[in-house]
Design a protein around this ligand. Structure first.
Ligand code: C2E
Ligand code: MG
Ligand code: MG
Ligand code: MG
Length: 292
């Protein structure tokens, strides 16, 4: 009887669901399988030194090759993975795969790259995170200085004390820490000095309009200046044009990534890029500027 009642309740639940909820549940089931059936893949986007054009690192970006729907972007499934907790096993796979790939490139004799990996809030709050990162490094035999973890502002601001503790634990391993999409969250600037950080990434929104809208340019310049005075590295994300690049260079932004240089690429295409074109040309700064 209890069983029957249970079944009734489930039936009631299912018929009470709207179309959107049903699609979500289907997607959740499929995402569960995606990991097992190896439908997930990492692409890597070069990170470029804006002074000499050298590729010094890559950011790992998750891709889902859905058997029917084709490629699904992380913007669509990461939030679902986050809500359902699937981000935990997926994140573990991402860390392990990214570390292994970084070491594979080194083993091929390519110049060592820094590997940047995104962490979502749920992953960051995981009690076993430090152990998980340590395990990924150890399994891949990757020295910790080649791993950088990207965190978001909103994640850090939820519980500042806890965030600082977690960050300290990660720094003790020897990995570096970066704030992603900087400028879009709500971080209180006064906390910034207390976070054991290595880098800020200027959000694409500001980079996009950097030379078009005075406001965006001013914010980008302020983030660059603040990074320098806090002795943090600064990376501009989403550079698409030479104009954006020249603006950022003129204002002393050290590093960048974006379609201007390269889209995120599968590992084998990064290998080819590193072998044939490890340096990009950086357009010269404004001609009216004094030389030197
Ligand atoms: P993000 O970490 O801020 O990554 C940058 C996003 O901007 C990537 O989108 C990248 O493909 C895109 N992008 C890079 N250069 C340009 C450009 O010049 N123009 C434009 N319009 N876009 C550019 P993607 O790969 O769709 O990833 C979206 C977000 O999903 C990421 O934002 C990150 O927050 C999340 N994500 C991706 N992979 C992972 C992962 O393995 N774990 C977690 N937790 N989150 C991930
Ligand atoms: Mg990122
Ligand atoms: Mg970003
Ligand atoms: Mg972003």
């Amino acid at each position: 009887r209890a069983k029957e009642q249970g079944r009734d309740r489930i039936q009631h639940y299912l018929t009470g669901m709207n179309a959107g909820e049903k699609i979500r549940m289907k997607l959740e089931r499929e995402l569960r399988l995606a990991l097992k059936q190896q439908q997930l893949e990492l692409h890597y986007q070069p990170q470029v030194d804006l002074v000499d054009g050298r590729i010094f690192g890559v950011e790992a970006l998750l891709r889902w090759h859905h058997p029917q729907r084709g490629m699904i972007s992380p913007g669509e499934f990461i939030p679902l993975a986050e809500e359902t907790g699937l981000i935990v096993p997926i994140g573990e796979w991402v860390l392990a795969t990214a570390c292994r790939q970084a070491m594979a490139w080194q083993a091929q004799g390519l110049p060592p790259l820094k590997m940047a990996v995104n962490l979502s809030p749920r992953q960051f709050q995981l009690p076993g995170l430090v152990a998980q990162v340590a395990k990924a490094l150890k399994m891949a035999d990757l020295p910790p200085e080649y791993l950088e973890l990207e965190l978001t502002e909103s994640l850090l601001m939820r519980d500042v004390e806890a965030a600082i503790e977690a960050m300290k634990g990660l720094r003790k391993l020897g990995v570096s820490l970066s704030i992603d999409d900087f400028g879009t969250g709500y971080s209180s600037l006064s906390y910034l000095q207390h976070f054991p950080l290595n880098q800020l990434k200027i959000d694409r929104a500001f980079v996009n309009d950097v030379h078009l809208k005075p406001g965006a340019g001013a914010i980008a310049r302020a983030i660059i200046a603040m990074s320098k005075s806090l002795q943090l590295r600064v990376v501009a994300e989403g550079i698409e044009t030479a104009e954006q690049l020249v603006f950022l260079r003129t204002h002393q932004c050290d590093q960048g990534q974006g379609y201007y240089f390269s889209r995120p690429l599968p590992a084998r295409e990064i290998t080819a890029l590193l072998q044939h074109r490890p340096c990009f040309e950086i357009p010269t700064l404004n001609k009216t500027e004094p030389a030197g």
